[in-house]
Design a protein around this ligand. Structure first.
Ligand SMILES: NC(=O)c1ccc[n+]([C@@H]2O[C@H](COP(=O)([O-])OP(=O)(O)OC[C@H]3O[C@@H](n4cnc5c(N)ncnc54)[C@H](O)[C@@H]3O)[C@@H](O)[C@H]2O)c1
Length: 503
């Protein structure tokens, strides 16, 4: 593999009209610049660019419709040769010759990269963030921040430790939506009466990924050891429309956390923000299952979680099945399929997936649409953060808490057991928020011809949260241990990919 000296890199970057690219931008890293950075555009290295990363990559290609001023692609890293080739071609077409890596550890050591953008699967976000900061790079890390609570905390502490030199930002783009900021300010001011509860809905169609026997083949040209990183090295056991490795990792506990940690983290983040909550909840309880089909995946496609805060309860609902059996259209709860509903005494505020926000009265009549930029502003705010050396939108610590809420919800589910439907009904009977969500889930499953009296739900215990140690508490030691020892609470990483301990 070719590695580039800074001199070679600058020379090689200047294919065709590329000369102006490097020469023409010297405004970014000024006096506050981290030592060793270039006197020009921020030189960005991207790690993982199959799908989400591919959109990011366009932001750094000269001539691209979505090019962001102030930063340019300098290096690409992916463990899949096919993805690397796609990136190389795109860069060449844009007049750039970029350095190529399969091993991110080599990229982050490069003197020719100032900042890295991480869009790999979730289980590598924290380790890459920490190592990049330790190597003196600025970081944009896609959501969620972590695969488990402990490593997320390490990433936050690394960001704090390196804050005088390097910045780190998380890609929860709703944090840059002025519409959401204005809506949250209105709710918190009491404009619609007292806030009663906040519900996050992640109703998104998720089909079966198919059922396969035994280990599946890794595509040629994909370094599976590097892809696996800190997770246990086991062969893929899926082979859906996206193949054996990419994307469907979301539905396997070693790498993802199901849709609550995939799409849901965005809504979880807004819901927690809406509550004005500073950190972890007091307790969590979840119930659900993987209903409607049998496939290779492990994570629930139906989940209700109730997280308690002093302000108001936060209810989170995942539904992967449609409105009724055979239908792809999704349920709607107070005008929300993928969104957040802040229920107040005199109406509710609905935050949409794209960061828009509208208030309604309790009869569903529109009261107000909140103004301002939507969540598309986030990527520009990253460039502003690079310039000002200050993160204002997408703080890692906020990302850590919201990501941890998803992990907590899953941990209650994982510490749970199959129970009869009647037992679940009993378990939620005394709590209005859980009961309401339970009855709506039941209707949804009935419409999908899932009978909980036949297919038993998993019912998780009510786990208390020790916010100081970021651990779980339960009177039954077996349950407490099951939650605290699960890899979604803490996993230090496979040999060679140990997560650096900072705190
Ligand atoms: N902010 C958003 O709205 C949003 C939207 C979609 C996805 N995402 C996030 O983006 C990330 C990527 O999602 P995706 O759908 O593109 O997943 P994907 O599986 O399709 O792509 C991941 C890419 O990372 C590469 N990769 C894996 N391990 C690597 C390693 N060690 N070094 C370098 N490359 C490696 C893979 O080969 C692949 O090309 C996820 O964490 C996801 O949560 C965010």
């Amino acid at each position: 593999m070719k590695t580039w000296s800074r001199k070679e890199f600058l020379k090689a970057s200047l294919i065709g009209g590329g000369a102006a690219l490097v020469a023409g931008h010297s405004r970014l890293y000024g006096a506050a610049a981290p030592s060793g950075s270039a006197n020009g555009d921020v030189r960005l290295g991207i790690i993982g660019f199959n799908a989400q990363g591919w959109g990011h990559l366009q932001n750094y290609l000269p001539g691209s419709r979505t090019k962001l001023d102030g930063a340019v692609l300098a290096a690409i890293c992916d463990v899949d040769d096919a993805v690397l080739a796609k990136g190389r071609d795109a860069a060449t077409k844009a007049g750039l010759k970029v350095a190529e890596y399969k091993d991110y550890r080599k990229m982050i050591e490069s003197k020719d990269v100032d900042a890295v953008l991480i869009a790999t699967p979730n289980h590598q976000h924290s380790i890459m963030t920490i190592m990049a900061l330790q190597a003196g790079k600025d970081v944009y890390v896609e959501k969620p921040l972590s695969h488990n609570i402990w490593e997320g905390r390490q990433a936050v502490e690394a960001a704090k430790k390196h804050a005088s030199k390097n910045i780190a930002l998380i890609g929860t783009q709703n944090r840059s939506s002025e519409q959401i900021m204005n809506a949250i300010a209105a709710v918190r001011s009491g404009k619609f009466g007292k806030l009663k509860w906040v519900t996050g809905t992640c109703y998104k169609p998720r089909d079966s990924i198919g059922l396969h026997e035994g280990p599946q083949a890794v595509p040629a040209g994909l370094d599976y050891d590097l892809w696996t990183g800190p997770a246990p090295l086991t062969p893929p056991t899926r082979n859906g429309p996206k193949g054996t490795v990419h994307y469907d990792w979301h539905w396997f506990w070693n790498y993802g956390g199901g849709d609550i940690t995939n799409q849901g983290i965005h809504q979880m983040d807004v819901a927690r923000w809406m509550l004005g909550a500073q950190g972890l909840p007091k307790s969590v309880m979840s119930f659900g299952g993987r209903f409607g089909y049998r496939d290779d995946a492990e994570t629930p496609n139906t989940l209700v979680s109730v997280l308690t805060y002093d302000t108001a309860p936060l209810i989170f609902e995942v539904r992967g099945l449609g409105r009724k059996k055979g239908m792809r259209a999704m349920d709607v709860y107070r005008k929300s399929s993928v969104g957040v509903v802040a229920q107040c005494e005199n109406g509710y505020v609905n935050i949409a997936e794209n960061g828009g926000a509208i208030a309604y009265d309790n009869d569903g009549k529109k009261l107000e649409a909140f103004e301002g930029a939507d969540n598309g502003a986030h990527r520009k705010n990253w460039i502003k953060a690079l310039q000002s050396r200050k993160v204002t939108h997408g703080l890692l610590e906020e990302g850590h808490y919201s990501t941890s809420l998803c992990h907590l919800a899953n941990l209650s589910f994982l510490a749970g057991a199959e129970k009869a439907n009647a037992q679940l009904a009993d378990a939620v009977a005394s709590d209005f928020a859980s009961k309401d969500a339970y009855w709506r889930m039941l209707d949804h499953l009935k419409a999908n011809e899932v009978d909980l009296d036949v297919t038993k739900p998993i019912v998780g215990p009510l786990l208390k949260v020790d916010a100081k140690t970021e651990t779980l508490v339960h009177a039954d030691k077996v349950i407490a241990d099951a939650a605290n020892n699960h890899a979604l609470r803490k996993r230090t990483g496979r040999k060679g990919f140990e997560i650096p301990q900072i705190a």
